[in-house]
Ligand binder design. Structure first.
Ligand code: FES
Length: 339
């Protein structure tokens, strides 16, 4: 069974199967609605329902408030149509610039522990193929049972291999498999690139706020900026609980030495002794303490949904324009269902 979805103001129409979310159906029809996490956490795919009924599955308040939902808004990545529906949504202007995602086999080239609970994985496509992606996008591992796990690409597009950072999640089947059983040279299937978390053109200085492995897409974007000689001022706030949770600290310190437009601020939320005067507290609070007024900045935030939600709310209260906040909050999201 399918329903007709109309997207206004462009008047674009496509058929949506009852098993698909509006976002899945749009992507399958080659229509790019803005999206980020595909998991009800970032709000990028928010759209107004003009007519018809949708059923919206569970989502984060950071993505859409209950008030907004009551006023007819929905999240396309969580919304199923129960009849023909018309929505109002921006169709991405960069549609043709965003590489098409594809399903491809990959070989695990290397696995390397970066700290006590983060693994770096390098993936290689067959032959001389390279994944065509924009820095900040992600890929999905497709499991044998068809379920998927999403991971941001940590390498920049010019790098020869795809780099991922995987944090060991307690009880997480996939990450336990990676840490305990996955073999180098083993073959898997991925789909990618996916997502619209990438650098937006602007002259404004950039504040990157990262929690844990939320650093991965940020690393990709920053290394791409360096490669292209982008001179915008960069502040990287890297939030972790304890010193042992920090990873790739040396890399960030080396950027600090090498690039005059780059500033690195690691922030620790749970250290007991602090002889070296490290920045402590919540990472988003460190940003507020340093800038007070955020009207002239762009913010890119990656990490747990609670970090993204809190940062968005508090930064907007401190003057950040809502559409200058970009997030990809799926680092700790539950496994995605089969598509
Ligand atoms: S909330 Fe739908 S893509 Fe993030």
């Amino acid at each position: 069974m399918s329903h007709k979805i109309t997207i206004q103001p462009d008047g674009v129409i496509f058929d949506l199967k009852s098993s698909q979310t509006i976002l899945e159906g749009a992507i399958a029809a080659g229509i790019t609605i803005p999206y980020g996490c595909r998991n009800g956490a970032c709000g990028s795919c928010k759209a107004k329902v003009l007519s018809g009924k949708v059923h919206c599955e569970e989502f984060q308040q950071s993505a859409m408030t209950d008030d907004e939902q009551e006023n007819g808004w929905t999240l396309c990545c969580k919304a199923y149509a129960t009849e023909d529906v018309t929505i109002e949504a921006r169709i991405s202007k960069t549609n043709s610039d965003i590489p098409q995602s594809k399903i491809t086999p990959v070989r695990v080239e290397a696995l390397e522990k970066l700290n006590h609970d983060v693994m770096r994985m390098y993936l290689k496509l067959p032959g001389n193929e390279k994944l065509n992606f924009i820095a900040g996008q992600y890929i999905e591992f497709i499991m044998a049972d068809g379920s998927r796990r999403a991971f941001s690409i940590a390498s920049p597009p010019h790098a020869p291999l795809i780099e991922l950072h995987l944090r060991l999640i307690e009880g997480g089947k996939f990450t336990h498999f990676v840490f305990e059983e996955m073999q180098e040279k083993s073959i898997h299937r991925i789909e990618g690139p996916i997502g619209q978390f990438f650098l937006r053109e602007s002259e404004k200085p950039i504040i990157f706020v990262s929690g844990g492995t939320g650093f991965a897409p940020i690393k990709s974007v920053i290394e791409d900026m360096f490669e292209k000689g982008n001179q915008r001022t960069i502040y990287l706030y890297q939030g972790v609980r304890k010193f042992e949770d920090l990873y790739m600290d040396e890399l960030c310190q080396s950027w600090n030495q090498k690039y005059s437009n780059f500033n690195y601020i690691p922030v620790f939320s749970e250290i007991e002794e602090n002889p070296n005067n490290l920045r402590t507290g919540f990472v988003h609070q460190a940003v507020i303490d340093d800038f007070q007024l955020l009207a002239d900045y762009q913010v890119y935030c990656c990490g747990a949904p609670i970090l993204v939600e809190t940062a968005f709310n508090d930064f907007v209260k401190n003057g950040l324009l809502e559409d200058e906040f970009f997030a990809d909050a799926f680092s700790f999201a539950p496994p995605k269902p089969k598509l």
